[in-house]
Write a protein that binds this ligand. Structure first.
Ligand code: 5RP
Length: 219
């Protein structure tokens, strides 16, 4: 199976975690696009979706799915999103699509994070994928120096302005062995909007697309 077919498989499988009539949290990315398409094609009626990006909002609206503001809900039963990396404890690296801040906001509203990913995303230790960090532009150089001091090489993502009007640093060369401490510490640096480690808002379930079908990991 191609990577695209694996994404289609898990996008479809995620429908099992959606309760008809509920409001669903929806992430961002090519795997989530498959979920949105499957949801629209399923004919299931939901009360609406809270979106994590302009990209997902536009896709859902085009398919007739009602999109609500995050401020209109107090909680969500489930948040469905992809990941750039996921470890065996459900910690993730996210933000390859530059939507990490809104993703974390919507994930924080949800009772359960269901991660959908192809099997290439499963890692032993987070850090193989360059870590996205959304930053206030004037702080980017100082934040890059802080990463350099811990062995990371932070580069500004060229031409990228987030939905929040900020920049993204992609940090290579890190091995994130304690995701909770790392997320807590980096989030305190002045000018960091959001670090792309999702440890506090980790996955409860991961639907992993493999050649032999969907593997369900629960944490
Ligand atoms: C966007 C994300 C995505 O979930 C992540 O990049 C995975 O994307 P894809 O499903 O296209 O592989 O965090 O900010």
């Amino acid at each position: 199976m191609t990577q695209d077919e694996l994404k289609t498989l898990v996008g479809q499988a995620a429908l099992n975690y959606v309760t008809p009539g509920s409001i669903v949290g929806v992430g961002t990315g090519s795997t989530v696009d498959k979920f949105i398409d499957a949801l629209a094609a399923s004919g299931m009626t939901i009360a609406g979706a809270v979106s994590s990006s302009v990209r997902s909002t536009e896709r859902m609206k085009a398919l007739g799915i009602r999109v609500l503001e995050a401020s209109e809900v107090t909680s969500l039963p489930v948040y469905i999103d992809g990941a750039d990396e996921i470890d065996h404890q459900g910690h993730m690296v996210k933000g390859g699509g530059a939507a990490l801040t809104r993703e974390k906001i919507v994930a924080d509203l949800a009772e359960r994070f269901v991660c959908i990913a192809d099997e290439s995303k499963l890692v032993e230790v987070l850090g193989r994928f360059p870590l996205p960090v959304e930053v206030i532009p004037m702080a980017a150089a100082q934040i890059a120096r802080r990463f350099a001091a811990m062995g990371g090489d932070a580069q500004l993502r060229a031409g990228c302005i987030t939905d929040n009007g900020c920049h993204i640093l992609d940090v290579r060369g890190l091995q994130i062995r304690d995701p909770q401490a790392f997320e807590r510490d980096v989030n305190q640096w002045p000018g960091v909007v959001t670090v792309g480690v999702f440890a506090r808002n980790k996955a409860a379930v991961c639907l992993l697309g493999t050649a032999s079908g969907v593997r369900t990991l629960t944490y």
